[in-house]
Design a protein around this ligand. Structure first.
Ligand SMILES: Cc1cc2nc3c(=O)[nH]c(=O)nc-3n(C[C@H](O)[C@H](O)[C@H](O)COP(=O)(O)OP(=O)(O)OC[C@H]3O[C@@H](n4cnc5c(N)ncnc54)[C@H](O)[C@@H]3O)c2cc1C
Length: 369
């Protein structure tokens, strides 16, 4: 069912101008990459990738917006601050200015920026929540040439690796010819990446995230705050920004200086990053996991573990606390649904779209019963 929702989301993107290009993960070339990966304990997650690109995504969104505008009412800059509930049944929402909007069904999909509001709503209305992990790591940047095979055949090589210290590391959000960017997460400066479809707007570098999963056991239950603290430490050491370090310097246990960075073969796409020492920021297990992963990747894409490869830190993927929902994403309050990244249910555009479609279909099927 989720698969078909994803395909439906894809078909909507296509009808609003998305590229027809999609990677084929079943070719002989991909099999060869998979074989090399398996030999060193890396698992390749095969998937079809339709790369929209930052600028194409904007055009698709504009086209979807124009289509929707004639069919539904949309309100912007309109904060929902509470929900209306009677006898455990949803009745509507309350806006910041006190206006009450009545509804038989409400879907809360407030994204990561609304995760705190969502947590407050859940607490107030006694919907249980859980979260005990967070992903912490770096954004890796290297020359396109080093990543050529993976970029050409997979666009995004999704690999996972189990390290000797018991953590799991994964690659995420690969951007051939892309840019590393700063992401402001509620005042903590973190790293992210993106790429354009138009090669003229691109660089000669590929970037991707390397993320180490951190799971906490009782009694500690603030994984997001833990990651924020690490991010803020990097900010502190780089005068409010993020740190870039050459992989060779990480292995030597020394700081990357302006001079050492200039001597490197990878020209950083994020000019604002300050050359520094991520060894002073990342916990031992996190750093060890990253090193083991990059050394394993070196067997699949030789050169990725060269001294010139850049690590930017810190990159974090927060898992929003997840409200208790049933298989239709409905909470204990009848007619109240939770969806998307803010509810810790999805972690990407296509998934979030599919989540919305799934709920919409369920609401429609309930209404026609
Ligand atoms: C820099 C960056 C790069 C990314 N790149 C990719 C990528 O390449 N591929 C990919 O698949 N995903 C990417 N993502 C992730 C993707 O953007 C999210 O997974 C997706 O947008 C989640 O959708 P959502 O509907 O859950 O939340 P959102 O898209 O965040 O939408 C939530 C909306 O709710 C609104 N809102 C919040 N609180 C309230 C409130 N109280 N009342 C009313 N409205 C409220 C917000 O303003 C927002 O408009 C990227 C994210 C970032 C930050």
């Amino acid at each position: 069912m989720v698969g078909s929702s994803l395909e439906y989301v894809d078909s909507i993107n296509l009808s609003h101008g998305a590229t027809k290009e999609i990677t084929d993960p079943t070719t002989e070339a991909v099999r060869e990459i998979e074989k090399k990966a398996l030999a060193v304990g890396l698992k390749l997650l095969r998937s079809r990738v339709r790369h929209l690109g930052t600028e194409e995504n904007l055009l698709i969104m504009k086209s979807i917006y124009a289509w929707l505008e004639e069919r539904i009412e949309m309100r912007f800059k309109t904060n929902v601050i509470d929900i209306l509930v009677e006898d455990d049944r949803i009745k509507g929402v309350i806006l910041e200015d006190g206006t009450k909007l009545l509804a038989d069904n409400v879907v809360i999909a407030v994204g990561r920026e609304g995760a705190t509001t969502l947590t407050q709503l859940c607490k107030k209305h006694k919907i249980s929540m859980s979260n005990n992990h967070v992903d912490i790591g770096v954004r890796v940047e290297t020359n396109d040439l080093i990543m050529e095979e993976i970029n050409k055949h997979l666009y995004e090589g999704k690999f996972i690796y189990n390290t000797s210290v018991g953590t799991q590391v994964r690659t995420f959000c690969s951007n051939p010819s892309g840019h590393v960017v700063i992401e402001n997460q509620n005042g903590t400066m973190l790293v992210n990446g993106h790429s354009f479809r138009d090669p003229k707007l691109g660089t000669h570098n590929t970037n991707f995230a390397l993320l180490v999963s951190h799971k906490f056991n009782e009694p500690f239950n603030e994984p997001n705050e833990f990651a924020h603290m690490i991010g803020r430490l990097a900010n502190r050491l780089s005068m409010g920004g993020v740190i870039v370090q050459k992989y060779g310097d990480i292995i030597k246990g020394r700081r990357t200086t302006e001079k050492r960075l200039k001597e490197g073969f990878v020209i950083p796409s994020l000019k604002e990053a300050l050359p520094g020492d991520l060894g002073l920021v990342l916990p031992y297990n996190t750093m060890k996991s990253l090193i083991e992963m990059i050394e394993a990747l070196n067997h699949v894409t030789p050169g990725i573990a060269s001294e010139h490869t850049l690590f930017y830190g810190v990159e974090t993927k927060f898992y929003s606390a997840r409200p208790e929902v049933d298989m239709n994403f409905e909470t204990r309050i009848k007619g109240l649904y939770m969806a998307g990244d803010g509810a810790g249910i999805t972690r990407g555009l296509a998934q979030a779209g599919a989540n919305g479609i799934y709920i919409a279909r369920h609401i429609l099927s309930e209404a026609t019963k």
